[in-house]
Design a protein around this ligand. Structure first.
Ligand code: NAG
Length: 287
């Protein structure tokens, strides 16, 4: 496949013993080189729809400081139980020692922030999907098992999984919220300190797949980012949520599609409910 190659951009970072040198931690993103098969005028203006979150607004959001060969990178993730985090395979497939999970964070650079807890998880407690294919960005999902159950509070809460009987729900046309510490503009070089979010409509897959020449499959879910409206703020691995239910994990885009109008592409959580349950025993059977 001509356009299947994806590049994970990492920046080598030397980590201090105590403090994190945030300027050298690269936000992880998959940027897909794209053919000109879907010509469309590229909106100019800057992103207007990303907004600064309030502390406690997205208590299911986690940040991930990933220890990699020669440095570190940053991703997002979502709490689904007191023991388990959902994120993207491309975030966690080449860990060295492990990953620091930032729970209850808003300003991730403020280690003294009230509510924030950082828990180190060893690589052996990270489960990358067995059928993860980096070349096609397929099955881009992983699970992180926390060493001990966490206590929920105003800062730390799980998102619900979709109920298992909703597996065939497409969510097309519904409004979803993506959140993360990702770049706030295409020209920004790194991630932001404070959690951001954006509200965007879900596209159907037939509308999304032409943009990405075969990379978008049934196990993906896309959001519309046209008209300068963007979810640039979302990080790799981070949540896409409707009414407190996790429906996506940030997977890829065109430089995250931020200011270009290309759809943002997520791993479709309803496609992985059995996999998540098999690994973590977390499931939502509804009532
Ligand atoms: C997908 O969405 C587009 C644009 O909203 C619409 O024109 C099309 O009919 C939809 N396709 C399906 C299969 O729902």
């Amino acid at each position: 496949m001509r356009f299947a190659c994806a590049t994970v951009f990492l920046l080598a970072a030397i980590l201090g013993a105590q403090a994190v040198d945030w300027s050298s931690v690269k936000n992880m993103n998959i940027e897909v080189p794209v053919p000109n098969i879907h010509p469309r005028s590229v909106p100019n203006g800057r992103i207007t729809n990303g907004e600064l979150a309030k502390p406690q607004q997205f208590p299911y959001q986690v940040g991930l400081l990933l220890y990699l060969q020669g440095g570190a990178a940053w991703c997002g993730g979502t709490i689904i139980s007191d023991r388990w985090i959902v994120t993207a395979a491309h975030c966690t497939d080449s860990l060295t020692t492990g990953v620091d999970v930032y729970l209850g964070a808003w300003d991730r650079t403020d280690a003294k922030e009230v509510g924030q807890q950082i828990i180190f998880v060893e690589t052996k407690n990270v489960i990358v999907h067995e059928d993860w294919i980096p070349e096609t960005i397929t099955n881009d999902i992983s699970l992180i098992k926390l060493p001990v159950p966490i206590e929920f509070n105003d800062y730390i809460q799980p998102a619900k999984l979709p109920v298992k009987s909703n597996t065939y729900q497409t969510y097309a046309g519904e409004s979803a919220i993506a959140s993360g510490w990702g770049k706030i503009s295409d020209s920004a070089t790194g991630a932001t300190d404070k959690l951001q979010y954006a509200v965007a409509p879900i596209m159907n897959n037939s509308g999304c797949s032409p943009w990405y020449a075969g990379l978008v499959v049934s196990t993906n879910i896309c959001i519309k980012t046209t008209g300068g409206i963007s979810t640039c703020n979302g990080d790799s691995g981070g949540p896409l949520v409707i009414d407190g239910t996790l429906i996506g994990a940030t997977s890829f885009g065109i430089a995250f599609g931020c200011e270009k109008g290309w759809p943002g592409v997520f791993t479709r959580i309803t496609s992985y409910l059995d996999w998540i349950e098999a690994k973590s025993e977390v499931a939502n059977y509804g009532n």
